[in-house]
Ligand binder design. Structure first.
Ligand SMILES: Cc1cc2nc3c(=O)[nH]c(=O)nc-3n(C[C@H](O)[C@H](O)[C@H](O)COP(=O)(O)O)c2cc1C
Length: 335
């Protein structure tokens, strides 16, 4: 059991939903929050696109709702401190976004489109620039009373996690003014392959020991026992959960006792409950989007909810062709 402080924000037993492009929409984030996640960053948004095109173009990703999400957190990516300064200022001045609590900087995205601009995980190869970005961002955040956090990986090249480079990077982060460090236990080169390296995460945790900056471990936490193992082996202050929450926001309920090592006796989620949750997420999505855009954008999420159901393959084909809420509902309840 533990309490972390991200600047002035206090969180008991942090269970954080990992940012996931295409998944962590406001409706899904609110559902996860209801289930027990402490906070939920938005998916990554380009700081430069905010500079060049303003906020409106990215508003569907930036949208936050403190009432439904508790603590709100917007994730930005980029490679120029000036872009971050501008984007954070713009966010904090905007009527729709000014209540944001945390700005998170992405230093872990492995996607070539992002890496080749020097952003995301490419920043692990340029600690000096990464440091400048954080310092510049912290300054703007402080002037608006916001917190600044960073999400990264255990290295760029596979060797980095063993040759001290990744540890140096984490140490730098812990001295840069960031209020929390979340680390995905894979290198950039691993992308999403192989297993998260828990021993490497434990070393990263030790690298920032004593700094007072909370360390959050991420990667392959699927259930109570993998969450427990992650905490015990890394000594992390909190856990971040990504793919295991897709179609399964109940994971946060399951992990509720993980800090005390008290597994709650929770009934298995039924297929009916999963279908109902899918429809609920769709309904919430339709509050922000036109019905057929909402149905189309919910497709990946729908696939996650129906995973493992009897007849899932046929269901998938029919759901992918659906264009309205009623169609989705009929398809789900005729199975
Ligand atoms: C579809 C998908 C989209 C992702 N998008 C982001 C993102 O926008 N920002 C980010 O920091 N990480 C992103 N990630 C990485 C996750 O936040 C997380 O670090 C990774 O999935 C490992 O955690 P897990 O094993 O619990 O899924 C994404 C991962 C997936 C699978």
């Amino acid at each position: 059991m533990g309490i972390i402080n991200i600047g002035k924000i206090r969180i008991k037993d942090p269970l954080i939903l990992a940012p996931m492009a295409g998944t962590t929409t406001l409706p899904f984030r609110s559902i996860c929050h209801e289930m027990g996640s402490s906070y939920q960053p938005t998916e990554l948004v380009s700081a430069r696109s905010i500079l060049y095109s303003g906020l409106d173009k990215s508003m569907c990703y930036l949208m936050i709702d403190r009432e439904k999400e508790g603590i709100s957190c917007i994730q930005l990516f980029g490679s120029d401190p000036k872009d971050f300064e501008y984007a954070i200022g713009k966010i904090c001045e905007d009527e729709r976004l000014k209540d944001v609590d945390i700005i998170d900087i992405n230093m872990g995205c492995p996607v070539p489109k992002v890496v080749k601009t020097g952003a995301g995980s490419a920043l692990m190869r340029d600690p000096k620039l990464a440091n400048e970005i954080i310092r510049a961002s912290v300054k703007v955040c402080q002037s608006y009373g916001k917190e600044l956090t960073v999400k990264t990986r255990i290295g760029y090249e596979d060797e980095d996690k063993d040759n001290g480079k990744a540890e140096d990077f984490i140490k730098m982060l812990s001295q840069s003014g960031a209020g929390l460090i979340a680390v995905h236990g894979r290198t950039r080169n691993q992308m999403y392959h192989g297993e998260a390296d828990i021993d490497a995460l434990a070393r990263m945790r030790r690298a920032c020991e004593g700094s007072g900056v909370p360390f959050i471990a991420n990667g392959d936490i699927r259930d109570f026992s993998s969450g427990r193992k992650m905490l015990e082996m890394t000594g992390a202050d909190g856990l971040m959960i990504g793919r295991a929450a897709q179609g399964n926001p109940w994971i946060f309920r399951e992990l509720a006792g993980v800090f005390e090592n008290e597994e709650k006796d929770i009934e298995k989620v039924t297929f009916e409950e999963r279908k109902e949750m899918l429809l609920r997420e769709l309904e919430l999505t339709m509050r922000y989007k036109d019905e057929n855009i909402a149905v189309r954008e919910m497709r990946p999420s729908m696939m996650a909810y129906i995973k493992g159901m009897p007849g899932a393959a046929a269901l998938k084909v029919r759901l992918c062709a659906a264009l309205t809420y009623e169609e989705v509902k009929d398809i789900l309840w005729t199975v």
